[in-house]
Design a protein around this ligand. Structure first.
Ligand SMILES: O=C(O)c1ccccc1NCC(=O)[C@H](O)[C@H](O)COP(=O)(O)O
Length: 380
């Protein structure tokens, strides 16, 4: 896997420094090896350069993280020390039986999704090396401004800007729409005032696909597109960009601080917006400490239990609203929004945008459902 904390390239470059793993994934190479490697190369880093250069250049590699590496902590140890409950198996070629012998059964649906994703990404990487995707991403048409589209729509309509989700199914609700045509739905959303679109690309749990993302992009839709994925690896970000995504979801419940910093940096290089999703206070605290975060999504749904509670947005914004406003971060209220009252509730709590799937996609006419959701027509 190529996420920073599980990076094969980092491990192989400093193989001599890597010791045996503790829980799950291998520990880091030693600080001496990292710094030696980082300093051996020129400082101006491009997308193809090592993250060590990028981090060294930006001085983002902090002392605590280095000490953790030095002490030989595994990816799961580091994640757990940041309050992350989702574990990685880091064994993409092992059978589920072998993985479960080591770690037990996945603790919840999110962990199960991530364990499958580790295997899926390794297979993807074997079929399409990172280098190819970096080149494909570089050749893609320029990104559209996801953040700017949300900001403008909020100003224009006086209600939260809509990120309308093209969602066929979900683990919590099963199939939402039998007769599912992603391009028709995307066009209907755009015509009815959606500022941006979210395209689910996970196949196994959401019946989405990258083909859907590509088709929507090629259909003439102008809205910026969010690739709604479970990102654990930079390969996925380049893949999303090469297929036309303008923005990508990063889930704080899954990613360590260093991975979020690393992925944010890659998004910046690619001109993409990162929507960083949090669900609880601990995650919000972590994300607010990261420089360069512009867009935070507060998910009202626990991805571990499926419980949806819109008061989650209110609670988190009551505690963190001041600091969010000071930093100029735009907040997206996600999940469980069905009525104009729901939208008004999260707007009063302080969100400037909403991410909505089920309540639109389940309607006969998903485009017209937008007017029902907001209680008025949205202007383009
Ligand atoms: O929707 C799920 O069941 C789900 C389960 C596990 C991980 C993620 C999940 N959903 C992703 C989302 O958060 C939603 O697709 C998005 O916020 C829209 O929610 P909704 O309007 O409630 O469909």
């Amino acid at each position: 896997m190529e996420s920073f904390l599980a990076s094969r390239s980092v491990r192989s470059s400093f193989a001599a420094a890597a010791a045996a793993g503790s829980r799950g994934c291998s520990p880091r190479p030693s600080r001496v090896a990292i710094l030696a490697g980082a300093r051996a190369r020129p400082l101006r880093a491009g997308p193809k350069d090592s993250i060590l250069q990028v981090l060294a250049q930006d001085d983002m590699l902090n002392a605590t993280e280095l000490v953790q590496w030095e002490n030989g902590k595994s990816v799961n140890d580091i994640a757990a020390s940041q309050g992350i409950r989702i574990r990685r198996h880091c064994r993409p070629t092992a059978s589920l039986k072998e993985i479960e012998e080591e770690l037990g059964a996945p603790l919840n649906i999110l962990e199960k999704i991530i364990w499958d994703k580790e295997i899926e990404v390794a297979e993807g990487l074997a079929k399409k090396p990172l280098k190819e995707l970096i080149e494909a991403a570089a050749k893609s048409p320029p990104t559209r401004d996801f953040y700017g589209a949300l900001e403008a729509a909020y100003k224009r309509n006086g209600v939260p800007a809509l990120i309308a989700e093209v969602k066929k199914a979900s683990p919590s609700r099963g199939v939402l729409r039998e007769n599912f045509n992603p391009v028709e739905i995307a066009n209907a959303y755009e015509k009815n005032g959606a500022a941006c679109l979210s395209i689910l690309t996970d196949e196994k749990y959401f019946q989405g696909s990258f083909e859907n993302l590509e088709k929507v992009r090629a259909s003439g839709v102008k809205c910026p597109l969010l690739c709604k994925e479970f990102v654990i690896d930079k390969w996925q970000i380049y893949n999303a960009r090469s297929k036309g995504a303008d923005a990508i979801l990063l889930i704080a419940a899954v990613l360590t601080d260093l991975d979020m910093k690393y992925f944010l940096r890659i998004c910046k290089e690619l001109g993409m917006t990162a929507l960083i999703e949090v669900h609880d206070e601990k995650e919000m605290d972590r994300v607010l400490k990261i420089n360069g975060v512009k867009l935070i999504g507060i998910n009202n749904r626990s991805l571990e239990t499926f419980v949806v509670d819109t008061s989650n947005t209110k609670m988190l914004l009551e505690k963190h609203g001041d600091s969010i406003r000071e930093k100029g971060i735009l907040v997206v209220g996600e999940s469980g929004l069905f009525t104009p009252d729901d939208v008004a509730y999260v707007q009063n709590a302080g969100v400037s945008a909403v991410l909505v799937g089920e309540s639109l996609v389940k309607q006969e006419d998903p485009g017209r459902a937008i007017t029902g959701l907001f209680g008025k027509e949205l202007l383009h």
